[in-house]
Write a protein that binds this ligand. Structure first.
Ligand SMILES: NC(=O)N[C@@H](CC(=O)O)C(=O)O
Ligand SMILES: [Zn+2]
Ligand SMILES: [Zn+2]
Length: 357
């Protein structure tokens, strides 16, 4: 029966096209230096804007470093019309003055809270959230968003519980203390996060990645360990994946697209101690389209990908459109990444959708 429905669905949707308002990516890692030509080409292929994560080495902790990073991104030759939206990396020492200066630059739209040690290049992050209260105060005042990697770093907390514990012990307090600060809980991975965001006031939203919609921890761990699925927060069990799918396809304006595309060189992933991060910028909207189609909710993709992000950030929606066609293509085993290469999600297998001119 299920097989029949699947066949019927496939027949119904082959040669199908889907035109949506041009999407934006509200969470992406482009890295720096000679890889920019590759990451910038991929992100600007059809995304209108992207929120650029500041976890460089060293991190973009002040207005000057954020603006010079922006210049390097623009110099890497993005497709015409693409706009990088810069983010300040919060440290224990970020001052309210720096927040005001960043806001006044017109190019910095948010500041990012990495609990120190929580993820890739977060060592200069915040050791105690109260250390950034003066900065958060200034952000609330000038209308700059707070983006959060929401995991505790306490080594005694199980890695699968770190997001849930962060929400309970840290996030709830931040939300209460700064009632008009716009907060995005980034790359959520649990039912707990979905429920927290749903019941929080309107100034709290979340991004969801394509890989957390498409996969759960079995994809990473059953039948062999697959390092290219390893990212933070780590993939969870399938009930959490289902909660994310339900949230993304619900039509709620609180959930929007953020790929968290995070390239690491192949040899840094396929290693005894592999890096965290999955590369999805080669096929971001195509992967989301698969997830939404699987959920029978392609009609909800445009809101999630193109409307709710700019609405939450207080920016205009894009005016033009892109068209996706249901036509399978094979993903290469790897893509160039500067003088190395990166293994993307779905390497060597097929993706059902492609963006046509
Ligand atoms: N998501 C990841 O697993 N990795 C990101 C960092 C992050 O977004 O936490 C990276 O920069 O590689
Ligand atoms: Zn993160
Ligand atoms: Zn990220």
């Amino acid at each position: 029966m299920i097989g029949q429905i699947q066949q019927w669905k496939t027949a119904m949707t082959s040669n199908q096209t889907l035109t949506i308002t041009r999407p934006d990516d509200w969470h992406v890692h482009l890295r720096d230096g000679d890889v920019l030509k590759d990451t910038v080409r991929d992100i600007s292929r059809y995304m209108g804007r992207a929120i650029i994560m500041p976890n460089l080495v060293p991190p973009a902790t002040c207005t000057e470093t954020a603006l010079s990073y922006r210049d390097r991104i623009m110099a890497a030759g993005p497709k015409a019309g693409f706009e990088p939206l810069m983010v300040l990396y919060l440290t224990d020492n970020t001052t309210p003055e720096e927040i005001r200066k960043a806001k006044a630059s017109g190019h910095v739209f948010a500041a990012k809270l990495y609990p120190a040690g929580a993820t890739t290049n977060s060592d200069s992050g915040v050791t105690d959230i109260e250390n950034v209260y003066p900065a958060l105060e200034a952000m609330q005042e000038v209308g700059m968003l707070l983006l959060i990697h929401g995991e505790v770093t306490d080594s005694s907390i199980d890695i699968f519980d770190r997001e849930k514990v962060f929400i309970e012990t840290k996030l709830a307090k931040i939300v209460d203390t700064f009632p008009s600060l716009k907060i995005v809980l980034e790359h959520i991975t649990t039912k707990d996060a979905v429920e927290f965001v749903q019941s929080a006031p309107d100034n709290v939203a979340a991004t969801i990645t394509a890989h957390h919609l498409l996969y759960n921890r079995n994809h990473m761990l059953a039948g062999g360990i697959r390092p290219h699925y390893y990212c933070l927060p780590i993939l969870k069990r399938n009930i959490h994946q289902q909660a994310l799918i339900d949230a993304a396809t619900s039509g709620s304006k609180k959930f929007f697209l953020g790929t968290d595309s995070a390239p690491h060189a192949k040899d840094k992933k396929e290693a005894a101690c592999g890096c965290a991060g999955a590369y999805t910028a080669h096929a971001a909207i195509e992967l989301y389209a698969e997830a939404f189609e699987d959920a029978g909710a392609l009609d909800k993709l445009e809101g999630f990908a193109s409307f709710f992000g700019p609405d939450f950030y207080g920016l205009p929606r894009n005016q033009d459109t892109i068209t996706l066609q249901k036509s399978a293509w094979q993903v290469p085993e790897s893509y160039p990444l500067g003088d190395t290469n990166v293994v993307p999600i779905k390497a060597g297998s097929t993706i059902d959708w492609q963006v046509v001119e």
